[in-house]
Ligand binder design. Structure first.
Ligand code: NAP
Length: 250
């Protein structure tokens, strides 16, 4: 299905997105690294991929904004060719608190960045991939979270709700485009060692919670990226509307 071998990974400057971009490049995909602001991290990642013989470009774009998403996809059309794999990886969270302490502005921002980005990017991808529109098919992998099942009480119910929406979008879109050559799946990671937890006000959150994980350890970004890679490639050719939980048993 991935005839063009062109992949877009949103939020790929660091963490799970960066590891996914590296693995896709290793598998021969021309990769577009999308990010919001961290130029230095992206330069380092790009150099690493290029020095290993891979092909990549970077596009700085806020994927929660429609015009930015259109610019991202048009840049990829011109510089790499038609996208065949989209990884909707962008996700943000804010300081841990109860729902009754949350501002309306914060709730709205978390939902906008986490859900609108997935909607906008998926829409552009379907228009290019669907055989209904003359495309050659493709794959969309959404990065949800175990939070969609736990609800993240006392920490981030807004974030958890946004991931619940990602799960529902994954299932709905998968069925909508299943007969049009597009597969849509998601991963729901557990506690993974990335910089994201610092945005929630607790950089060492995984260390605090690891004893609650059946496997008694936090996950590495690469362990999530491997699941994304499997869903992105032909190895999972009969899988759509499904979820993989790289979460150590949670
Ligand atoms: P991270 O280390 O915090 O990285 C977030 C990435 O998103 C960065 O590349 C950031 O770019 C980018 N970004 C943020 N807002 C953006 C926007 N509006 N437009 C474009 N890019 C934007 O995150 P992570 O921990 O790797 O998480 C990746 C995904 O996994 C998220 O969806 C997250 O919800 C999910 N997840 C993570 C965990 C975990 O424990 N870490 C668990 C479950 C699910 P800049 O660097 O330029 O700011």
């Amino acid at each position: 299905m991935s005839i063009n071998k062109v992949a877009i990974v949103t939020g790929a400057s660091r963490g799970i997105g960066a590891e996914t971009a590296k693995l896709l490049a290793e598998k021969g995909y021309s990769v577009c690294i999308n990010y919001l602001s961290n130029d230095a991290a992206v330069e380092k990642l790009k150099n690493e991929i290029l020095e290993s013989g891979g092909t990549c470009i970077s596009v700085k774009a806020d994927v929660s904004v429609s015009s930015e998403v259109i610019r991202l996809f048009e840049t990829v059309d011109h510089e790499l060719g038609c996208v065949s794999v989209l990884v909707n990886n962008v996700g943000i969270l804010k300081n841990q608190c109860r729902l009754d302490e949350m501002s309306e502005q914060r709730f709205s921002e978390v939902l906008r960045v986490n859900v609108m980005s997935c909607f906008l990017c998926s829409k552009e991808a379907v228009k290019r991939m669907s055989i209904k529109y003359g495309g050659s098919g493709g794959v969309i992998v959404n990065v949800s979270s175990g939070a969609s099942k736990t609800g993240s009480p006392n920490e981030y119910t807004d974030y958890a709700a946004s991931k619940g929406a990602i799960d529902t979008l994954t299932r709905g879109l998968a069925l909508e485009v299943a007969a049009e050559g597009i597969r849509v799946n998601a991963v729901r990671p557990g506690f993974i060692y990335t910089e994201m937890h610092a945005s929630g006000g607790e950089p060492d959150r995984v260390e605090r919670l690891k004893s609650k994980i059946p496997m008694q350890r936090g996950g590495k970004p690469k362990e999530v990226a491997e699941a994304i890679l499997w869903l992105a490639t032909e190895k999972s050719s009969f899988v759509t509307g499904s979820f993989i939980d790289p979460a150590g048993g949670l």
